[in-house]
Design a protein. Structure first.
Length: 200
């Protein structure tokens, strides 16, 4: 399976750097840096885009600049323009129902309360690969979901993210190279987290 677009979800601007909701941005930034890519702002797609070729596979890295809740609008513009099928789209996004440092791949299901994923489903339909990066659990439990996801990682949490970044990139590369079915079998087995009820 050929993956054509890898999109990290997040919110643009320095105010949102290192927030839990922006871990998708952090991962695609790291992948781009690792491969000496350069971001280019594309107004017609409302996104920053980098074209990469790894192991003879060419694809776009994308950071929608529409803010999280309208991520799908940007990606639809891009996918329509380049005629990218939804099956050739990987979304990298935070997941509060998965513990920090763990990850999971899915290709079906609801948005689970994630507004960015919900926007992609609304604009493009289902069937894309979701590289779900754990930011949970939500603590303290009574904190409002919006406040939690828009807050910054504390020092220890950021250390976990930094230390796991090579694992994130290795597993993302596996998803790119081998497709979602094989990647799910390997990654999800290694990261067995029981999904908890959405507390939103």
């Amino acid at each position: 399976m050929s993956i054509s677009v890898i999109a990290g979800l997040g919110n643009p601007g320095n105010n949102y750097r290192h927030t839990r909701h922006n871990i998708g941005f952090e991962i695609v930034n790291s992948l781009n840096k690792q491969n000496s890519g350069k971001w280019k702002s594309e107004n017609k797609f409302e996104a920053e885009i980098s074209r990469l070729t790894i192991d003879e596979k060419s694809f776009f890295l994308v950071k929608p600049l529409t803010f999280m809740n309208e991520s799908g609008r940007s990606l639809k513009l891009l996918c329509d323009y380049y005629k990218v099928a939804v099956a050739n789209l990987i979304i990298v996004a935070d997941e509060v129902q998965i513990n920090l440092g763990e990850m999971k791949i899915t290709t079906t299901g609801s948005a689970g309360g994630h507004n960015g994923i919900d926007s992609v489903i609304q604009y493009l339909g289902n069937g894309f690969s979701r590289f779900r990066i754990g930011i949970g659990p939500k603590l303290p439990p009574q904190i409002e979901m919006k406040v939690f996801v828009l807050s910054k990682f504390n020092v220890k949490e950021q250390e976990v993210v930094n230390n796991k970044m090579s694992d994130y990139l290795t597993n993302l590369q596996l998803l790119i190279d081998r497709g979602p079915n094989l990647a799910m079998n390997q990654i999800n087995q290694r990261n067995k987290t029981t999904d908890e009820p959405n507390l939103n």
